[in-house]
Design a protein. Structure first.
Ligand code: T3D
Length: 262
């Protein structure tokens, strides 16, 4: 079976596994399209309330499949702007615009666009043996898949520049210390922890979580006053959900809430 992305749906969690382990889950056109279809499905189906993204084998993803970029087999120089626009950028936009939690379980090395796709996710767990590599500078490229944006926001210019220019591997525990990911966990606990949280969030107040994502992503674009207006509007929406009524009722009845995601 040569599916480049494996998809499961359980307890409201869409499990998405990048599946080209022999190539360290590097991206070819098939894998791009399959990942995009899975993310689009998460947008379209109300019973999907969280996404869990991981990789098969020993890597999360080694970024672009460089076998598909062999200059010795090309007659012209490639237009990589076009490939970003056609393949990487739609995926990045789908992850960021999905108003449901997207959790990454980084099971091994995440290099190039592979690292930056992980950083685009909402909550990133990484196995302690995993490392993140901004491999681009080794081959003369710039950090793409949102990396020059997400690294700078999370780390500030000094660390973002050094990671990008040196391509030095960043180990999972340091990525956690630096605030680039949520948690580095023991390798054997990775999937248990990440899927445990995905399942918990999939049973959460999906609308409220989605509005929370929207607000936090917009925060750095706004001044406080503009953002207070946005919080007002989002809270108005959250306050009208069935889940809010359920949350307060459950609190008053001293029981656990049962959220329906609307
Ligand atoms: O082109 C565009 O559309 C623009 C977009 C660009 C986005 C990008 O992501 S550019 C960056 C591309 N990625 C890289 O430059 C990373 C290349 N890979 C590595 O540096 C290393 O493989 C790793 C640090 C990720 C892992 O090292 P290691 O020593 O654990 O494994 P390895 O032996 O290097 O790799 C194992 C196999 O996977 C090997 O194949 P083989 O020899 O066993 O048949 C290797 O060639 C293959 N592999 C690893 N990464 C890629 C790859 N094959 C194709 N493309 C790869 N990116």
């Amino acid at each position: 079976d040569n599916q480049t992305v494996l998809v499961t749906l359980k307890d409201g969690v869409l499990g998405v596994t990048l599946n080209r382990p022999d190539k360290l889950n590097s991206f070819n056109v098939d894998m791009h399209l399959a990942l995009r279809a899975a993310l689009q499905r998460a947008h379209d189906e109300a019973d999907i309330r969280a996404v869990l993204l991981t990789g098969a084998g020993r890597a999360f993803s080694a970024g672009q499949d460089l076998g598909d970029r062999d200059p010795r087999k090309m007659t012209e120089k490639p237009d990589l702007g076009e490939t970003l626009e056609t393949y990487y950028n739609p995926t990045l936009r789908l992850i960021r615009s999905l108003e449901k939690p997207v959790i990454a379980a980084v099971n091994g090395v995440a290099a190039g666009a592979g690292a930056n796709i992980a950083f685009a996710c909402d909550i990133v767990f990484a196995a302690k043996s995993a490392k993140f590599i901004q491999a681009f500078s080794k081959i003369g490229l710039i950090p793409d898949a949102g990396g020059s944006w997400s690294l700078t926001r999370a780390l500030g210019e000094p660390r973002a520049k050094a990671l990008a220019m040196t391509a030095e591997p960043l180990i999972a525990e340091k990525a956690e210390d630096w605030g680039l990911i949520w948690k580095a966990v023991e390798d054997e606990k990775l999937m248990e922890e990440a899927s445990g949280l995905a399942t918990r969030l999939a049973g959460g107040p999906t609308k409220g979580l989605g509005l929370t994502k929207r607000l936090i992503q917009a925060a750095s674009e706004h001044d406080l006053s503009t953002h207070l207006d946005m919080e007002r509007d989002c809270q108005r929406e959250a306050g009208r959900t069935d889940d809010y009524a359920e949350g307060v009722t459950a609190f008053l009845e001293k029981r656990a809430p049962v959220f329906k995601g609307k």
